[in-house]
Design a protein around this ligand. Structure first.
Ligand code: URA
Length: 251
């Protein structure tokens, strides 16, 4: 009656449903192509999509401020949101090409309200500067926005509840490359149960953005071996090379 003789059926995103890849390649030889697609958030509603005109830095800052307000109005939305003194939303350039994602605020971050300002934050700052960047050039956020009691590692359930805010941060910022620091960030973004030791140093992908998982600076400080230092540096250099390659392509 309407002149329609068939209905479109959405294609299944096979890449998003494939099992976690156990393939391991050292970062020094990291392949230029991402090997996996994270799928945890792809069906979440209300996520701003990058459509039409690109957002300016000011638009992005406004959108992040709005998201921050929304988050804090809804908090406590998960079990960890008890006992913290303030939320730690994230900081840096809203238009950053490189984004670092950690686990959750610690005591110092909870006190000051900024991510990565304690001991592991100093190490992260050193890493960023070793890449020839400043903290203000990148964006730094966490899986959880509130300090867990006793600095406990976020559970999968907590990460799934707080994670959509992180996803929306990522979609607003639209970084060219993400470095996932440690297991909780890597597992959440890449929708995998593989531990960081297995997946670090390989390119993965989240919502079309290349993701390099590496050891969390706190782990590195605890296990400050030449081998771990070499691995993290190799992962960061791979991220830096990826950024340069993407910039070249976009010229
Ligand atoms: N560890 C994290 O993962 N995030 C912080 O902000 C501080 C320490």
């Amino acid at each position: 009656m309407l002149g329609v003789d068939r209905l479109p059926i959405r294609e299944v995103d096979e890449a998003a449903t494939e099992p976690a890849s156990p393939a391991h390649e050292p970062a020094g030889d990291a392949q230029p192509q991402p090997v996996r697609t994270g799928s945890l958030f792809t069906s979440q509603a209300g996520v701003p999509q990058a459509q039409g005109e690109p957002m300016t830095r000011e638009d992005k800052q406004r959108a992040l401020d709005e998201l921050h307000r929304e988050h804090d109005a809804e908090c406590p939305h998960c079990t960890v949101a008890t006992g913290h003194t303030q939320t730690v939303f994230g900081e840096g350039d809203p238009d950053a090409e490189l984004m670092f994602i950690g686990e959750a605020p610690g005591a110092e971050e909870d006190r000051i309200g900024r991510p990565f300002v304690g001991r592991s934050g100093q190490k992260l700052t050193e890493m960023i500067e070793a890449l020839g960047l400043r903290r203000e050039d990148v964006y730094i956020a966490n899986v959880l926005k509130a300090r867990p009691p006793q600095n406990a590692t976020p559970t999968a359930a907590e990460a799934a509840k707080c994670g959509p805010y992180l996803e929306r941060q990522i979609r607003i910022i639209q970084p060219k490359v993400i470095v996932a620091l440690g297991s909780p960030a890597s597992k959440l973004l890449l929708d995998t149960r593989e531990g960081i030791t297995r997946i670090r140093g390989q390119w993965h992908e989240y919502a079309g953005i290349p993701v390099m998982p590496t050891f969390h600076p706190a782990y590195l400080l605890r296990q400050y071996t030449p081998d771990n230092r070499r691995k993290v540096w190799s992962d960061l250099q791979a991220a830096s090379r990826k950024l340069s390659a993407i910039s070249q392509e976009n010229r």
